[in-house]
Design a protein around this ligand. Structure first.
Ligand code: AP5
Length: 217
């Protein structure tokens, strides 16, 4: 399976990509997670990326394209079972660069799945999101709570934190950035004949099944 998940912040890309990874054995490649790991480790890349991320703006194209180029080449070398790109591409130049990377690796895309979620639902989801600072597992205090409050189901850590960019004002800017810079990708992939749109509201399991059906069609 070689797919891209696209959708506004909080549309469930990470939640569904992790599920696909777990059940289908296809690796999730999240540029957001890669960048957050670099911020946490305070690498030069992380220090550079942090100022864009904290404001809810996009990190420059050449930075993220380089990361994905390297990660996809490693995956091919290791014989990985495809990929789920989560949060990349996010601009038309990134999509064009991805086309060139896939050509170079002699790979093609199966589908680009758009998760459609209205803005008010996104704000509700992001304000309640909690992420495990140790293993990255994701929760929502209301919709997807851990079994024991404040404790990660996966690794037992008690560090379930709120992301810095989930403050309401930053979320609103991320939504603006999505509309201006990422939404044009829908037209780009529709023209390429690979776009599948899925209703991203409702239960996590139902959305997962809709994604699988959309990819198989
Ligand atoms: P990134 O980490 O990619 O953030 P994002 O795209 O804004 O998406 P999110 O991670 O916020 O949401 P999601 O769609 O994954 O939803 P989730 O599953 O978590 O990027 C962060 C930043 O990094 C960017 O702003 C940018 O600065 C930089 N960056 C990253 N990639 C870049 C790129 N390619 N180019 C340039 N810059 C880049 O779900 C959200 C919440 O909702 C969770 O609490 C979850 O439990 C809950 N939830 C999920 N599904 C449901 C459901 N069906 N019902 C109820 N609740 C649900």
């Amino acid at each position: 399976m070689r797919i891209i998940l696209v959708g506004p912040p909080g549309s469930g890309k990470g939640t569904q990509a992790k599920r696909l990874q777990q059940h289908e054995g296809v690796p999730q490649i999240s540029t957001g997670d890669i960048l957050r790991a670099a911020v946490k480790a305070q690498t030069p890349l992380g220090l550079e990326a942090k100022k864009y991320m904290d404001a809810g703006n996009l990190v420059p194209d050449d930075v993220v394209i380089g990361l994905v180029d390297q990660r996809l080449a490693e995956g091919k070398q290791k014989g990985e079972k495809g990929f789920i790109l989560d949060g990349f591409p996010r601009t038309v130049p990134q999509a064009e660069a991805l086309d060139a990377i896939l050509d170079k690796l002699e790979l093609s895309l199966d589908a680009v799945v758009e998760l459609q979620v209205p803005a008010d639902e996104v704000v509700r989801r992001l304000s309640g999101r909690r992420t495990c600072n140790n293993c990255g597992a994701m929760y929502h205090i209301e919709f997807n709570a851990p079994k024991k409050e404040g404790v990660c189901d996966s690794c037992g850590s008690d560090q379930l934190i709120q992301r810095d960019d989930d403050k309401e004002e930053t979320v609103r800017n991320r939504l603006r950035v999505y509309a201006e810079q990422t939404a044009p990708l829908l037209e780009y992939y529709s023209r390429a004949g690979v776009l599948k749109s899925v209703d991203g509201t409702g239960g996590i399991d139902d959305i997962y099944q809709s994604i699988l059906s959309a990819v198989e069609k």
